[in-house]
Design a protein around this ligand. Structure first.
Ligand SMILES: [Zn+2]
Ligand SMILES: [Zn+2]
Length: 280
């Protein structure tokens, strides 16, 4: 499968020359299976540009999984071009424990007077796809879901194809168990042996104590998870809105120092436009 990142920022989009290299759009990842099946993870502001690309390619069959409903993960949705194509078929999946169906949750946020087009009236066909016993098939991709530790609940996903795997765990506070969340050992088991682990690494360890309980992790915890799970590569994600390119370089370097033992995972920070081939 092929991965492309359309937004790696957390909380709120940013712009300006100090954010050019890592990018300013919020969470959105595109995955393509070897059969060109398309899976989108999160609908942050990065999904706008992805939608333009999909419209050019005339893609009408789409699956979108939302880790949760916080603004930075849904904010690009009203500007996602395929929603306005009557031929498009959008399958939506989300986090466990949502009290109402995903489309109904989104229809509460995307409606007048907050946005002129009500989400339940968009021209595209939008359906909810349920996970069955925590798993979902998207063409040749097998998706497994885990509850993340985050205020208001969130989900992480593990996507596999031909024995290769990617784990997406954003908005996950490893040092604190929020309601509905799990323990560190559960995230180690879930991420075990993944080729790429994309994890929330919003803070430096010294920034974390003042932000404990906000639902995010520091690089020390993300690195420890990557090591204990024996992943191939750790991809830092959900970059803080104050973290400039230069500051991001420092954060990445500090994380690499933590992962400098023989056999430790490689470490990189995702950026807008980042691409990776995972497996055959
Ligand atoms: Zn977030
Ligand atoms: Zn969140």
């Amino acid at each position: 499968m092929k991965l492309r990142c359309w937004g790696a920022r957390g909380s709120i989009p940013v712009s300006g020359q100090e954010f050019e290299r890592y990018g300013g759009d919020t969470s959105c990842l595109e995955l393509r299976s070897k059969d060109d099946e398309l899976l989108i993870l999160d609908a942050g502001t990065g999904i706008r540009a992805l939608g333009c690309e999909l419209a050019r390619q005339e893609r009408t069959s789409l699956t979108l999984l939302l880790s949760h409903y916080h603004w930075d993960h849904i904010q690009g949705l009203p500007f996602f071009k395929p929603l306005y194509n009557p031929a498009a078929n959008l399958r939506l999946g989300g986090c466990e424990g949502a009290r109402t169906e995903l489309t109904r949750v989104l229809a509460r946020a995307l409606r007048p007077p907050l946005f002129p087009v009500p989400f339940d009236k968009v021209p595209a066909r939008v359906t909810n796809v349920p996970f069955v016993e925590g798993t979902l098939r998207v063409g040749g991709l097998l998706v497994r879901r885990i509850a993340a530790s985050h205020p208001n609940r969130a989900a992480g996903f593990r996507i596999e194809e031909d024995g290769k795997s990617l784990v997406y765990l954003t908005d996950n506070e490893l040092s604190l168990r929020h309601r509905g969340g799990l323990n560190f050992a559960d995230y180690v088991a879930f991420s075990q042996g993944a080729d790429l682990l994309i994890h929330d690494a919003e803070y430096l360890p010294e920034e974390y104590p003042q932000r404990r309980g906000w639902g995010h992790s520091h690089i020390g915890d993300a690195a420890r998870l990557a090591r204990e799970a024996g992943v191939g590569t750790l991809g830092l994600f959900h970059h803080n809105q104050e973290r400039t390119d230069t500051a991001m370089d420092v954060l990445l370097e500090r994380c690499r120092e933590q992962l400098s033992r023989p056999g430790d995972p490689a470490c990189l920070a995702l950026f807008q436009g980042f691409e990776m081939d995972i497996g055959p």
